[in-house]
Design a protein around this ligand. Structure first.
Ligand SMILES: Nc1nc2c(ncn2[C@@H]2O[C@H](COP(=O)(O)OP(=O)(O)OP(=O)(O)O)[C@@H](O)[C@H]2O)c(=O)[nH]1
Ligand SMILES: [Mg+2]
Length: 213
């Protein structure tokens, strides 16, 4: 019986954001499956991924990812997924200046949609392996991050640089925001049975584990 009970204490929904082709799906696949593909299909609507992390011994978090399509024509679909997310990865492509300039817009669109609720974001400069084609400097990216009040990291799905670190940074930031009350769960879910807790997908931010492990 006990093995059916959830093996994590928190569940955070995280949404991947940024222009089409910045590498959102590639970053997630590198993180969750350990693979990189040169040819990836553009995301249609929204895809779903899961990963577990242990922030400290015994403190396990289930990350539930919504990988949105960057293409404008899917915006009405992807917008409906913003709500109930605790975190957002704001990606731009270090070799694509326009994608950097879109970051503020992505941030604004999401914060406007979810208010009065808040989310924790991480700014990610992606494709750091393409150093020779770089069009966005680290300093200006750090400046944007500071203006948005978020942390900044540079990643590559191709050579796996900083991939685990980026997701760890966001997970820790969400956890700390919950601890300090900067982020509040809209609802702490109390289900009648371990099975309901395990299977329930309706909780907005996180599940508290009410059952002995
Ligand atoms: N060199 C390099 N290429 C990458 C990296 N990450 C992704 N790519 C490539 O960039 C292209 C677009 O990647 P996707 O992951 O599909 O981008 P996306 O942001 O999910 O795009 P949409 O689903 O349309 O929003 C693909 O050809 C990838 O192989 C990286 O770290 N380095
Ligand atoms: Mg995609």
């Amino acid at each position: 019986m006990s093995q059916q009970w959830p093996r994590w204490q928190y569940q955070f929904r995280v949404i991947m954001l940024g222009d089409s082709t910045v590498g959102k799906s590639s970053l997630l696949r590198r993180y969750t499956e350990g693979v990189f593909l040169d040819a990836v299909n553009q995301t249609v609507g929204v895809d779903f991924y899961v990963q577990f992390v242990e922030l400290e011994p015994g403190l396990r978090v289930k990350l539930q990812f919504w990988d949105t399509a960057g293409q404008e024509r899917f915006r009405s679909v992807t917008r409906s997924y913003y709500r109930n997310s605790a975190g957002g990865m704001l990606l731009f492509d270090l070799t694509n200046r326009a994608s950097f300039e879109s970051v503020r817009q992505w941030h604004r669109e999401v914060t406007d949609t979810v208010q009065p609720f808040r989310m924790v974001f991480l700014l990610v400069g992606h494709k750091s392996d393409l150093a020779g084609q770089r069009r966005v400097g680290r300093r200006e990216a750090e400046k944007l991050a500071a203006a948005l009040g978020v942390q900044y990291v540079e990643t590559s799905a191709k050579d796996a640089s900083n991939v685990v670190q980026a997701f760890q940074m966001l997970t820790v930031a969400i956890y700390q925001a919950l601890q300090t009350g900067r982020l509040a769960a809209t609802e702490a879910c109390v289900h009648g049975s371990p099975r309901a807790l395990q299977g329930g997908g309706e909780c907005p931010y996180w599940f508290l584990n009410y059952f002995p492990q």
